[in-house]
Design a protein around this ligand. Sequence first.
Ligand code: 73E
Length: 821
Amino acid sequence: MSQTQLAIAAMQPEEFRRKVVAHLRSTLGSFEEKATAHTWSQALAATLNEYIYAGRSRTLKTQIESQARTVHYLSLEFLMGRLLASNLHNLGLYQVAEQAMALQGLELADLLEQEPDMALGNGGLGRLAACFIDSMATLALPAIGYGIHYEHGLFRQEFIKGRQVERPDQWREFGSPWEICRPESQQVVKLYGHVETIHDQNGSRKVWHPSRMLRAIPWDIPIVGYGGQNVNILRLWESRADHFFDWDVFNAGGYVDAYAELVQAETVSKVLYPNDETDAGKELRLIQQYFFSAASIADILRRFESAHGNDYHLFATLNVLQLNDTHPAIAIAELMRLLVDEKQLAWQEAWQITQQSFAYTNHTLLPEALETWSVSLLQTVLPRHMEIIFEINRRFLQQVDERWPNDQQMQAKLSIIQEGEKKSVRMAQLSVVGSQRVNGVAKIHTQLIKTELFPEMVQLWPEKIRNITNGVTPRRWLKICNPRLAELIDQHVDADWPRYLEKLEQLKPLAKDKDFQQKFMAVKQRNKQALVAVIKQLTDVEVSAEAIFDVQIKRLHEYKRQHLNLLYILVLYRRLLKNPALDICPRVFIFGAKAAPGYRMAKDIILAINRVAKVINNDVSIGGKIKLVFLPNYRVSLAEKLIPAADVSQQISLAGKEASGTGNMKLAMNGAITLGTHDGANIEIAEAVGEQNLVLFGMKVDEVKALQHSGYAPQHIYQNNEEIKAALDWLSGDFFTPEQPGLLASISKNLINEDPFMVLADFAAYQQAQQRIDSFYRQKSAWAEAAILNAVSMARFNSDRSIMEYANDIWQLKPIPAAEC
Ligand code: 73E
């Protein structure tokens, strides 16, 4: 244990209480009798910041002294959730804080509920970035996260008559105790304008004359590693108007116009695009991408130059830039621009540095999610970058020609520029060409990248594409969100299991032990009872904790097939209406999902689930055997309440469509049984826990492909399966929407005529799988054994494991534990 850790371990509740009260008075200007729960939570955060900033200086000092190679994780999204509980746990102060607050007559849990979620992301990709920076700090890796300081994160979801309504997210309405502004590190980001070619005695060079400038203001959020020794930062850029430009307009008499410019400049970091998977193709999104990429690279170069001057050949030795999907891919062109135009390096030299510095993670194969930017838009917004991309492409196509001489087809296929009526830049191609390593996020996904997306790139660079299966932090997703299970584990395993999750495997022999099973299931039962209260509070629906809690929580998307789940619920409900004595285990179907505001079908599916829920939950004739709830505003903090209470984890995407999934890992880690397809990380979860401990069903990738080739005809399934036909007709009629018959017909119509994600093709297998769940759950001891084996076999889905693989295979990065100072 370090000095700091020893001091923390010796902390007494009364001493801690006094510290918090001192902050209440001197930092918050309040006092005990007056302070609200919110003020107390601010005082608690201020108390933690004493430790956190000491840790930050310690870490920074060590990193500067060691001149360590550093990874820069560039991501448009960081879905952090709340930080108070996780900072308390990571510092080792949770228990003492709980006792200290009790001495003050306060419940720590109430204070934790005061904190708004930092919802600066959409879903899996953003949450992965949050888990990864937790692991990087825990593993003492020199790392910094770069992103955007959105004023509004992902919208807050409400339901009005069952429909999703989007409300603005206001996470910073009352400020955030975790962030610290660093005006001394601000940057200028240029946009638009034109490029001039200047000829002089050394030949010709290019000069970009931008016509707009933005200031990028950094806000740093400390990321506390588990154990508290290392504290890294997440640096988020906020856009502001550039003052020089403001004053020009202002002085010319354009007082109001000067403010208009300010508003425009501040728009850049105003709001997170709410699309998961699909690309909006909007100018503002491109500017967001460039804004944070350019500010981050300028920051990295500034730091580099202050240590090494203009020794740029050292750059790639000391820095690695990880692209979280193609969203920051424009950074490749930006680094080239800086090295060639501003630092006057030869192209070849600059390219070597750039290619050595970047690595790219691909998160999706869905064609609509593979980003492209029109050449004409790029020429307008970033004219010099467009020229640079053309030059990168010209040289790359020469390489292609050497490998496949005179092969026009190959040139067209591999080109970074997509030819056609509207030329565009394929950002995935640019990212592969501009990176030393490319990785997929689960075995099957990486395999599909190699065989379907970039087979020729594999021939060009056989070593470039690697797999690194995703992971999740066991701190937030087990220890913190499931304190009852954590306590049970603590009774049997060394206390450092949240760092070394493989230690849970020591519990395997207990999976068959009746006493341990009973304790494990008692924890689940308590968690379910807690969720019953949350469900009542959020939906006013009463559910029984004796039922199976069957959970599908993720973004709403047709490929994730929430409507497959719904179709089964409809079929089951019909069976119950026909035969109220039907012998099934009572079940509560629980959904949580946000739909992209412009995604019609996704919103229709939400409406349908809510309308069906209303009918089912009020139908006394089925004796409460099934209930259906859609919890509004699914987000990280709600996930933390749902996951510990889940019995069944639905992961039912069409095979080949879900790159990995990470909710699947969190649920299994908390003892839920996966009901899933042969897709993404489900396959690896099955390997880890054993096929008999989950329920996999449905077509595999090659069967999906074969069916597509042979001509998929969902109409035939509809015509020939009575139950499917009845359920879909039911949904399109007036039964669930008496006031507006046909309101939900779009879903049935789509499934019968197109069914792009083969819901009907997998239905028969799905309903058999559901029946397997039903009979499995009745065998109490077998179920408990499987649930335990799931929870204790998740070591390979620890994000620390993922990050160690990145550090070893991609980043060549060594841990640098912070020294005491
Ligand atoms: O399978 C998930 C994966 O677990 C995948 O769909 C998701 O990334 C997760 C983490 O690897 C993802 N999100 C996006 N693409 N893949 C995406 C695309 C555009 C905008 C926002 C998110």
